[in-house]
Design a protein around this ligand. Sequence first.
Ligand SMILES: [Zn+2]
Length: 477
Amino acid sequence: MTDKEILEGVLDEFKKLAAIPRPSGHIEKISQFLKDYFSEMGFKVFIDDVQNVIVDAPPAAGFENAPLIVLQSHMDMVAVAADGVPFNPTKDPIRLMRDEKYLKAAGTSLGADDGMGVATIMFLAKNMKARGALRFIFTVDEEIGMTGASFLDEKYLKGAKYLINCDSEVFDELTVGCAGNVTMDFEKEINRVPVTKKNVVEINLTGLLGGHSGERIGDNRGNAITALAKACREIDAQSEIELIEINGGNARNAIPSFATCVIATDMELDTLNITLMNEGRSLYSMYDEEGATFSVKEVATGKKAIARGDAMRILQFINLVHSGTYAVHQNGEVETSANLGIIRTEETKIKISVLPRSSRDKKLDLFISQGKDLAELTGFKAAFSDKTPSWSYSESVPLAEKMKEIFEHITGKKMRIKETHAGLECGYFKKKNPHLEIVSVGTTNEEIHSPRERLVLATVAPIVRMIEETILEISKN
Ligand SMILES: [Zn+2]
């Protein structure tokens, strides 16, 4: 087959997926579609209780003794639309647009993450004739807590020697490790007292770079919540403040790019502006930020202030909780980090969310233990999720070396073997079968999880060829 034939063949499969709404949490249709698709090909299909789809493709004649290889992708997608684009993610298909270089969607996310992984497997199932036994595993809800991978019965992984996860986003990078994480949620009851200071002002910190905490935490970006709390304490040191509310961030796994607070103060607006200007300078000197700005305006709010003691515990908590890189590997990649992602003030309580990640599971216990101490010292209640397991790079991965060699032979390009600081379902698979050799690969999908998501067409054929060639080599030996 030519590269063009491979590309068109895979896109034909992808089109079928794009027609089926499959946002996380709404997997019934896609799960049923894949069951029918592979049943019609004569393969054995199982659907488990959470609607993971498991397909067994028997070996071709002469390949009965080849080791079992698992190909795996997730079925759900982050379905989002640009502002003003009418889109019902549970009902509307993805409308595809194609140019020379990219496949995109009209005003919505594309679902190349991980529809391209699923389409690649569909294409290979249809077209690969000479091969040993394959098992395809399509998981549910990777994007909202990896429910499918976490639930998957380990019997589907036992007996397999290799697992190729098709959920990476850069075609010339081969991933052989990922970080685990734990969500830490803190909550504190607050008492309210009447405001006594003369000026009530809202302070906004906006324009920080932010970014995904699994990908950008090592880039020395500022955290808007931390920086705003620091500014509050600086103002307080000059003239005691009354904190009325403090809010910032959107998601645990996003570095907050904005934060806002309302305080009452006797400080004049001019002096306040100078103090904030200095805080801005201090932020620039500490982090690689360019567009961050503090702004202040007077506001009318009937709200009472948070009692002094409670307000100070909140600001101390933010000051003490770790956010940013915590440790790096010898190769300079981030090993352990934490992200203070969200703070919300309600009438009678304050809520804070933090997400530590580490490729050493034990270090997550360290954060849990620190979180408990910090909560106790500052009067917060703490709640921790189960840990998402990491997947370790420390052992050698012959499968990765083989695929790298094949990729470089096919494309004439170098392939980088790396570990990601984000989470991947592979952590669960490795935990369920520690003997599995696992790699993660994929086509280049840019700006995933956004309405600008796009697939780089030229990366499809090399990935398909690499996987095909790998299966063939393993099956022959
Ligand atoms: Zn994905």
